[in-house]
Design a binder for this molecule. Structure first.
Ligand code: D5M
Ligand code: FE
Ligand code: ZN
Length: 475
């Protein structure tokens, strides 16, 4: 049998050393089988240094619990649709959205040298195509692409009109196949027997860049898809992770940010017969449970919460933050910041794009060669398209905003998504890609459609060195 706190107090007092109330609190977290050793060492040190009290500071130092005040926790929200959405109505609304998309992406693509060659679709039409020695590009949104039986065609639309462009080259046909409807592309045109054809497909893409770094060695923990309230939510494992943040672990001591990228709760009425799979029946209860668990995160750790398709609030993208009326407690907490989806935050200068990942579903379904098991490949496509949800009119609801919030405007250092419940990390042109998996076991629905999650893993990124680690609670 180990010691309890009373034994510790009795021993210390018998040697003339008092234990301060805060230190006494900390002793709660010391396992009973090591309590005796800890107290004897501490009392011995106090006697040697002629101190009559054991303080919380002494104890934290000894237990390796001291939080290094030199390690920054500078959080800035750089982009957040919350409170800034202006939704237009109906057809006009979508006209405005697509005009904004075109303008933003046209301006991004104008950084490419080839953009000097851009002519409007109408100008190409008027001059009857291109001349032999002419180097011409058109730039616009992909109206559609059709690749089958060795024939391929891209239909490209700019504000002046639409141009069908045949693709003959094998490699290029493959590229055309992975184009997503409504994404921006620039096509270099050649002169064929029957008009123009595609010589090259150029995407806005993310330029190779050197990522920003934190000056101090702070760590960020990236997680998503908790699904609190679901019978399949891995509460014990999640509490294990939260508890780890307070442990005497060199990485845990330096975690300054926890990013939660959507589907924080399971929600209510999200899918058919969901009530049978809920442990908590209202979103308020679900968010209340989340709040209670997050309250165990030390106060010096900043928590950023963005919504997903299971969370209450607007379903269409861009989503504002989970409204305060459902979770006033979360909004009130000093160390919690509620943002929308997508959002860009700066962590000690490192720019993180948070996007739950709803569009991954559509992209996997319409693009040959992609699967749910490889969300990273989809995230790369999004970075190349510089757009988080290009395909309009499939399952991902998109609001007719006057401004297209889903364009990836600036270089990002970390691209954080979730949604597919598969943990995966990779790098693309200087951007770290993280799909942070889930904290929900496989649901019967997921089993029925063959989705195999790998839940219970938190990704940890050192913001100074980009060293990657993970805390795995998946058995
Ligand atoms: O999504 C969890 C996973 O389940 C993600 O990979 C999408 C997939 N999913 C969700 N709904 C459907 C439907 N209706 N068909 C096919 N696949 C689906 P989550 O957002 O956590 O429910
Ligand atoms: Fe989810
Ligand atoms: Zn989701």
């Amino acid at each position: 049998m180990g010691w309890n706190r009373k034994d510790a107090l009795r021993y210390a007092l018998s040697r003339g050393v008092q234990i301060s109330p805060r230190a006494f609190e900390i002793l709660r977290n010391v396992p009973s089988d090591s309590l005796e050793g800890v107290i004897k060492t501490m009392v011995h040190a106090a006697k040697r240094e002629s101190r009559a009290q054991m303080t919380a500071d002494d104890l934290e130092e000894h237990l390796g619990l001291r939080v290094d005040a030199e390690v920054d926790a500078d959080l800035r929200v750089l982009s957040d649709p919350t409170g800034h959405t202006t939704t237009a109505e109906g057809v006009d609304g979508y006209g405005a959205l697509f005009a904004s998309r075109y303008e933003k992406l046209r301006s991004i693509i104008s950084a490419r040298p080839e953009s000097k060659k851009i002519k409007s679709v109408e100008a190409v039409r008027r001059s009857g195509g291109v001349k032999d020695d002419e180097d011409v590009c058109v730039a616009g949104l992909i109206n559609d692409r059709d690749v089958r039986d060795g024939r391929a065609e891209i239909r490209l639309e700019d504000p002046s009109g639409m141009l069908p462009i045949p693709v003959y080259n094998d490699e290029l046909q493959k590229e055309a196949g992975s184009l997503m409807r409504d994404q921006m592309a620039m096509v270099r045109l050649g002169r064929g027997k029957r008009g123009v054809f595609a010589k090259e497909i150029i995407l806005p893409d993310t330029p190779a860049h050197v990522p920003n770094r934190s000056e101090t060695g702070a760590w960020a923990a990236l997680i998503s898809d908790l699904h609190v309230g679901s019978k399949y939510f891995m509460e014990e494992e999640f509490r294990g992770f939260v508890g780890w943040l307070s442990e005497a672990d060199a990485v845990a001591r330096n975690v300054r940010f926890v990013l939660i990228c959507g589907d924080v709760v399971d929600g209510v009425g999200i899918y058919k017969d969901q009530d049978k799979e809920l442990e908590l029946d209202t979103v308020e209860e679900q968010l209340g449970r989340l709040e209670e668990m997050l309250a165990e995160i030390p106060e010096h750790v900043k928590v950023i919460i963005s919504p997903g398709n299971h969370d209450p609030g607007r379903r269409a993208l861009p989503q504002p933050a989970i409204p305060e009326k459902y979770c006033p407690g979360l909004w009130r907490r000093e160390n919690i910041t509620m943002v929308g989806n997508p959002a860009v935050v700066s962590l000690n200068g490192v720019r993180v794009l948070m996007f739950h990942g709803q569009s991954i579903d559509d992209i996997v379904r319409v693009t040959p060669g992609l699967s749910y098991d490889e969300p990273i490949a989809v995230m790369e496509l999004l970075l190349r398209a510089r757009h988080l949800s290009p395909i309009y009119g499939e399952r991902t609801p998109i609001a007719p905003e006057l401004e297209d919030w889903m364009v990836i405007g600036d270089d990002v250092d970390i691209f954080h998504s979730g949604h597919v419940h598969r943990w995966a990390v990779s790098k693309y042109r200087g951007t770290l890609l993280v799909n942070s998996g889930a904290w929900q076991r496989q649901t019967p629905f997921q089993a029925s459609v063959g989705i195999v999650p790998n839940p219970g893993i938190a990704a940890l990124v050192n913001l100074k060195t980009y060293e990657l680690k993970s805390q795995n609670y998946n058995g």
